[in-house]
Each structure stands twice: as C-alpha cells, then as structure tokens.
Design a protein around this ligand. Structure first.
Ligand SMILES: C[S@@+](CC[C@H](N)C(=O)[O-])C[C@H]1O[C@@H](n2cnc3c(N)ncnc32)[C@H](O)[C@@H]1O
Length: 344
C-alpha cells in the first residue's frame, strides 16, 4: 500500500493508476502524452516480447513519441534510456515532460484553454499557435499542435515549417488527461534517461553489447527523398551500412522497417547479408483500407539482429522487476522519501 501524505488527490490518483498498470503490466494503459502518427504504442507489447531481460541501456534513436522506452520502463526491462529524435522540438518536448512535468502541463493547459469554445475561434487559435511555433520552435507549443492536428500527424513543408491543419471536430486532449500522461512518463523515465536530437548514427555511438537499440525509422524517404510526414527522410544504403557496423560491434538491435497492406509492400526489405531474423507482426486493420471498404490487414516487419537472437536464446525469458522506476522521481516538490511506507 502506498502512503504519500503530501500528495494532492489528483497526484495520488495518477500514482495509483500507474502502479496498477505497471503491476498488471498492462502496456496499453500506459501514459502517452504525444499523439504521433506511426507511434508503436499499440504494438509495444508484441515488440517487447523480443527484448532481452537484462538491458543496461535502451537506445531509441528514432524516438517519435518514445513508445518503446515508455513500455520498456514500465515492464522494468531496461535500466537507462537514450531517447533521440532528429526533430529537435520533439526531443526537447519529451525531455521537458520527463524533467519538468508540472511546468510542461501548465503551458499545455494555458494554450489549450485559450482556444475558447467555438470552432471558428479555436481554428484561428490553432493557426496562431502554429505560426508562433514555426517562429520560436517552442516544444510545449508542439504538444498542443500534435494533440489538436489531423490524425496527430506531423506535416512539414519544404522549408521545414509545420503545416498540418487542425482537426475541426475535436479540441485536443483535455488538460487533466494530458497532465496525467505527462506525470506518467515522468514517473517512468525521470532520472534515468538522456535526450538528444542527433542523427541516429551519432545517437547510438555509445551502445555496447549489454544494451539494446530499437529502431523505427521513417518508412518512406528510404531512397533519401524528402518525407513530409516527418522532419527528415532516410537514405536506405546509409542505414544498411549502419546496421552492418552494429553487427560487427556485436550489438543487439531491433528494427521496425517495411510493412504490407494486403499485397502491397511498403519500404524495401533489409538485405540478407545483414543476417537478420525477420518476423511479421499483424498490426491490425488499416484505417486507410477500412475507409476504402477493403479488408486488408497491415503487417509490419520486425528485424532482430544476430547478437540479439543469440542473447535471447541464452536468457531465461524472465523479466526483472527490480529495474522498475523509483517513486521518488514523481512529484518531487510534494514528496518526502520518509512519507512512503511501502510500494504496492
Ligand atoms: C516512424 S517515426 C518513429 C515513431 C516512434 N517509434 C513512436 O513510437 O512514436 C520516425 C522518427 O524518426 C525521426 N527521424 C527521421 N530521420 C532521422 C534521423 N536521421 N535520425 C534520427 N531521427 C530521425 C523522425 O523525426 C520521426 O520522429
């Protein structure tokens, strides 16, 4: 039983829900403040099945909404996290949510409330916030834009300016829900995560054989073309060479790469010479296919590196709960270690 005298009822509710989600390892109930197209939150449980139980540091160099770091932290399968995305405001947003949850959620609440009630007023407000974001790159503004824009899908124009439109039918995540999600990821990741916005190759330079790298690069733009869905595309050949270099260093890694919608294949298969084990994950019915009246199912590939499959075959498969986060990282201002009698 958890006893935190200094917590407000709202804070207590967040902790109670979180400890419950974690003890039940209910990954789908985990906090996700960032709406992000391509987020792996729905596949996280199945991807986690291929994580070893002794990860020193989990590297997520194409973090996006950091879905796998959040899930791995909740499962207690990694001690430290390196969270990187080339999109600098996005990486800074993740950092400020984890390190300064109160301040970040206060800014979100204020920006959200200022949109007013009527659709015309709120669309105008979105456009003003979008313009301010394009001028200042303030991470907290991106949180509101992602919560309010169509399908949570970032879109950038040729000049790298955010140009996605608002979803006129919704107002974006309620501030109270957002606060719960922000404090949730802070609880899971604070004090054991580092954040950067580097090219993925630099972000993973420090990895060693005790670590795991989870990579979810943009699907398209594989030939190096511009990809308006994210801030940058990715050159396929360069990516393949980076994987070959990781093989030589004996690093465990997982790549989410190509996919299939019905018979149509997206992305280029990774070459055999990399000696990867390729698995197919059923990612459910695609919303695009449903709209077109088709029954196609999206299948996503997951590639496992040889050092990883060797490591998995040696491990017992038992997860290590001792790596779960320390409650002292949550609500530091209202918290005193002596007020906790026990957790759970
Ligand atoms: C498919 S999304 C990742 C989604 C993520 N797995 C999630 O759960 O939200 C790919 C991400 O890679 C980032 N990115 C693109 N090129 C990159 C590069 N060269 N280095 C690092 N990140 C890059 C994009 O900004 C985008 O956020």
């Amino acid at each position: 039983m958890l006893r935190l005298k200094a917590m407000s009822p709202h804070e207590l509710e967040i902790v109670t829900n979180l400890t419950q989600s974690i003890s039940e390892v209910n990954v789908s109930a985990l906090p996700h403040p960032i709406q992000y197209q391509g987020s792996k939150r729905h596949l996280a449980t199945r991807i986690l099945e291929h994580f070893p139980d002794d990860v020193q540091t989990l590297y997520e160099p194409f973090a996006g909404s950091a879905a796998m770091s959040i899930a791995a932290a909740a499962r207690g399968v990694a001690r430290h996290f390196v969270i990187n995305d080339l999109n600098q405001p996005l990486a800074k947003l993740l950092q400020s949510m984890v390190e300064n949850p109160q301040a970040t959620s206060d800014v979100y609440s204020a920006v959200w409330a200022a949109q007013g009630e009527g659709p015309t007023q709120s669309v105008a407000h979105f456009n003003v916030v979008r313009e301010r974001f394009n001028q200042t790159q303030e991470p907290e503004l991106l949180l509101y834009l992602l919560a309010r824009c169509i399908k949570g899908a970032v879109r950038y124009n040729r000049d790298g300016l955010f140009n996605q439109s608002p979803d006129k039918r919704r107002k974006g995540t309620l501030p109270k829900t957002m606060q719960r999600n922000i404090f949730g990821i802070s609880y899971l990741l604070k004090g054991r995560s580092s954040f950067s916005s580097l090219d993925y190759r630099r972000a993973i330079e420090g990895a060693n054989e005790h670590d795991l790298i989870y990579m979810d690069p943009p699907y398209q733009g594989v030939s190096g073309e511009r990809d308006g869905r994210y801030l940058a595309g990715l050159a396929f050949d360069v990516f393949v060479e980076s994987l070959a270099a990781l093989n030589q260093r004996g690093i465990s890694y997982i790549v989410s790469y190509d996919g299939k919608l019905g018979e149509r294949v997206y992305g280029q298969e990774l070459p055999e010479r990399l000696q990867l084990e390729r698995l197919e994950l059923d990612a459910g019915r695609s919303s695009t296919a449903s709209l077109l009246g088709r029954d196609d199912v999206t299948v996503e590939s997951l590639y496992l590196s040889k050092p990883l499959t060797q490591r998995l075959s040696k491990s017992s498969g038992a997860k290590v709960p001792s790596m779960q986060p320390d409650l002292s990282t949550l609500f530091p201002s209202s918290y005193d270690a002596e007020t906790i009698e026990a957790v759970h």
